[in-house]
Design a protein around this ligand. Sequence first.
Ligand SMILES: [Zn+2]
Length: 436
Amino acid sequence: MPVLHAAILALIMQSPDSGVTALRAARLLDPKTGAITTNAVVVVQSGVIKAAGAGVAIPSGATIVDLGAVTLLPGLIDCHTHLLQNYKGAYGGDDPNMALTVATLGTTRRVLLGVAMGRQDLEAGITTVRDVGNSGGGGDVALRDAIADGWVTGPRIIASTRALSAAGGQFGTLAPEAQPLIQQEYVVVSGVEEARRAVRQAFYDGADLIKVIVNTGPRVLSLDEMKVIVDEAHRVGKRVAAHATSDSATRIAALAGVNSVEHGYTISDDALRMMAAKGIYLVPTDYPAAFYVDALAPTGLSAAEHDRELAGAREFEAHSRDRLTRAIKLGVRIAFGSDEYYDVPGRTRGQASLLPLEAYQNDGMSPLDVIRAATVNAADLIGWGDRLGVIEAGKRADIIAVDGDPLKDVRALERARFVMKDGVVIRNDVAGSQRR
Ligand SMILES: [Zn+2]
């Protein structure tokens, strides 16, 4: 039997008439310019966009997918996710969930969990993710490669392997006997030589980028450690994503010249100016306030407890809004990241992961800027700006279709009805769509 490369085999199996596909749609959005093309045609072959625009000729013999009155957009890119975690609110927050996940699932089962979470992301229109740690020992790399090789269907993954961190990683209190669990999830570094070694080890383990936890509780990496991490990664053309939530941590991350500050709940104006000058992205992992209470708070709250939770979430939301508004005003570029890793009742992982887009819009970003954060900006941040983020000739054929007008309300993105990744149709719920 001839040996077929897995990716080719997958392509043949998923699209039996594996030639040219032409998508037809009422509208096509270019996130770069904000321009809408009406009566759009997108011609796709071998996973790549060959032509896109109005009046593009459809090659004879092409399979035509007529999507009707939808808007086509590039596949969405989530720059901050954790596919190999799915915490339960009922277990009581991050600390018990992390201990349980690492101690009871192990990497093998977490990879299988990642298959399910990735599939849900993809079906919601998230065609690429940057998976930033909490993946056990090499689970993210295994899943990335399995998807790339066509063993399983999922989003394209940019993987970090284990995050670098100060002592303890992001675990809550662990007894001394249980502390070996930490190294399954984090590489603890202390001093510049350990930091340097950890970066090289991550690349040996298959990392596409480095994720570093600048602050975790009162434990904060030093500027010298951060500079070595950034230098060591940049020297070989790789990027650094920095979890930083406090004033001192965001300042250290900006000074060290990381590529993105993740969360950045508290950032002073001068650190934001530094980020703007150095082209450092902010990845705001913000959610609408009600989400924290309705989806994640313990069940069975009294009315008074519910109101107290909601008031706390609203205060946090106002704080996050203030720093996002200042960041944009000072010229910091924004890329979308969900930081979704909880089982959210009533929503798939993908549906829950799109809620931050709504939060950005609530915070005053224009719908077009929100869409840019999840397409062109995200593609640029992950180093795929030449292949992803817009629908134009030469780019990978990652395309979604939505009803309604996403330039009026980004919540339209929460209802993708057609998803294509690498030229393969993942879902198509558009009534009356024809394949010929
Ligand atoms: Zn995270």
